[in-house]
Design a protein around this ligand. Sequence first.
Ligand SMILES: [Zn+2]
Length: 288
Amino acid sequence: MTQAVESVEKRESSEAAGEALAAFIKRYPKLWVITGAGVSTDSGIPDYRDADGQWKRPPPVQHGDFMSSFAVRQRYWARALVGFKAMREAQVSGAHRALAKLEAMGHVELLVTQNVDRLHQRAGSKKVIDLHGRADVVACMACGYQMMRHAMHSEMARMNPAFAALDARHAPDGDADLEADFSTFNVLDCPRCKGILKPQVVYYGDVVPPARRLAAQSALQQADAVLAVGTSLMVYSGYRFCRDAHAMGLPVASLSLGVTRADGFLTHQWRAPLTPVLEYAVGRLKKG
Ligand SMILES: [Zn+2]
């Protein structure tokens, strides 16, 4: 109980945090931004971690398990038929829109997102790297054939009418809290070579493609500072950039409700709700 009280007290008013963020951007006008699940929770997409950065639900599927086990893939796709609706129906949030405005104002050198929902692009951000890929496209792991996720889901709903009729609480990454006997679920194979189809997402246990990592890394050279938004930075592939930026002598700031893995070297930290703080800062910068 004591901990909960302390973390509430540490939170700042949106106005004070927005004022401080605007001052930060005036001082460091070219930002290298990294975002995480927190920017999409207002869009109705659940996240995995609590304010202390701990798992609040079972961790997601591991790359090796997905590739090696047919039963894991049956469970994955059966649950996705239910849970992916949350991602498909998600709308951009005020946080997405404010970050797109910051880019339009010339303040974003690059936006690296750990989210796979493409909501930054839908909000109008153009300089975006989807660090962990995109959930709306699937690809064959053998021949590279690609198809849209919704087309694959439609086909599997047709192949599995009993499963398509189920409903359950939506979970992160297009998953759902559905428990059933998945052994009768029919998984769609690659239409070209019968290989394994997998979302174009970097799962836990897999690595970010080197070209993507290097593009994100090299943009740090052109930036004045790093701003992490709505991310605990618990995943190493995102955390490493902040660590590198710190080693380069760049200021590293965080706007998030919870703790981050980079707390030890953050130069600025605002523990406050994202959308009002970002909107306030954008308004403040427009006034000059
Ligand atoms: Zn194939």
